[in-house]
Write a new protein. Structure first.
Lengths: 218, 124
């Protein structure tokens, strides 16, 4: 019997594609955000509010990941932006190769591009895969429960920001947004948290400023 | 549910390794991969039982059929930017065990790699 050292990253193939994506984004001076949240957390509704707010400052694109249907891409196409639907047919996350190929088809400008990847609704699997993004953004709605950050630590550890959605519903629920914040801090003390209502537009301005400042930070 | 994807990647790497081994002189008379050692950090949300079950299925009819996948679970550790403490934490609380502050960097628990393989071969 002989023992042979291998020391090879299991996700190395995915990371090769992620590296190519990072190079492409860097050449185009474009930022890409990986939006991760549960099904129904309000990811699409958030983009419907945020993208018009960013318009004129950044050229926005969306890569829309779903297990089935083109519903979300159809909604976002009404914003007159380039949206590509990626149907995974059951796969629980988007991989770096798929993203690189979809990204290569976009007519990205030479500067100021902003790509939102709306990942498949799932708090577990998408957190594990690097798609070459500048950052993962966790989207959590106030209806999901205050302990969710503790139950899905990897996402909240990896994320560059948390967007707490549907805050207009707080008066109708037995939840406290400070408890959400405390639990997020136990995972990642420095993580910025934005409270927004996509329905009413509350908090969108702050969020817009954060995305605009991303070009200085990342 | 993504254990299958992780396992597909493990098997892909094993095929690469196997090809390399076959080219070596000392293994000219035949070589079998008997054990595969994987380092798995606690931060990854992988269910060991699912990974092992996927391994059995995906290695069927390959040169590694019947080989043993051994997982070495590495606990989550942090280093504290406030007081310099470094050590293992109790998941999921990323808080320094010495000063109680949350400004910590992950220093362990992110591992996800094939560490080593054990092969059996015919000697001449």
């Amino acid at each position: 019997m002989m023992n042979i050292k291998v020391y090879k990253n299991i996700l190395s193939a995915n990371e090769e594609w992620a590296k190519k994506t990072r190079e492409l984004l860097s050449n185009k001076k474009t930022l890409m955000w990986n939006i991760i949240g549960s099904p129904g957390a309000g990811k699409t509704a958030l983009l419907e509010r945020l993208i018009p707010a960013l318009d004129g400052r950044l050229s926005c694109f969306v890569l829309e990941g779903d297990v089935e249907t083109t519903n979300d891409a159809e909604r976002l196409a009404r914003l007159n932006i380039d949206v590509r639907q990626i149907i995974t047919h059951g796969a629980c996350h988007l991989g770096a190769e798929t993203i690189y190929k979809a990204l290569s088809e976009l007519a990205l400008p030479g500067d100021g591009g902003c790509v939102f990847v709306e990942n498949v609704g799932n708090l577990v699997c998408p957190s594990e895969f690097d798609i070459g993004e500048n950052g993962k953004i966790a989207v959590l709605s106030v209806t999901e429960g205050e302990d969710k950050p503790l139950k899905y630590p990897l996402l909240f550890r990896e994320a560059k920001a948390v967007i707490l959605t549907k805050i207009d519903l707080v008066p109708h629920l037995d939840v406290d947004t400070t408890v959400y914040r405390t639990n997020i801090q136990k995972i990642n003390a420095k993580l910025p948290v934005f409270e927004v209502s996509a329905r009413r537009g509350e908090g969108i301005e702050n969020l817009k400023q954060w995305f605009l400042s991303g070009f200085e930070k990342y | 549910m993504h254990e299958l994807v992780f396992c597909e990647n493990i098997v892909r790497i094993l095929h690469e390794q196997y090809k390399k081994l076959m080219k070596k002189k000392e293994f000219a008379s035949g070589v079998r991969i008997e054990r595969v050692g994987v380092a798995l950090g606690e931060l990854h949300q992988i269910v060991p039982e699912s990974l092992l079950a996927a391994y059995e299925i995906l290695t069927k009819d390959t040169p590694f059929a019947g080989s043993k996948l051994e997982l070495r679970i590495i606990p989550c550790a942090v280093s504290c930017n406030s007081c310099g403490w470094n050590g293992v934490i109790k998941m999921p609380f990323f808080i320094c065990k010495s000063c109680g502050k949350g400004d910590v960097d992950v220093s362990g628990g992110n591992e996800l790699y094939i560490d080593n393989i054990e092969v059996e071969y015919d000697e001449h």
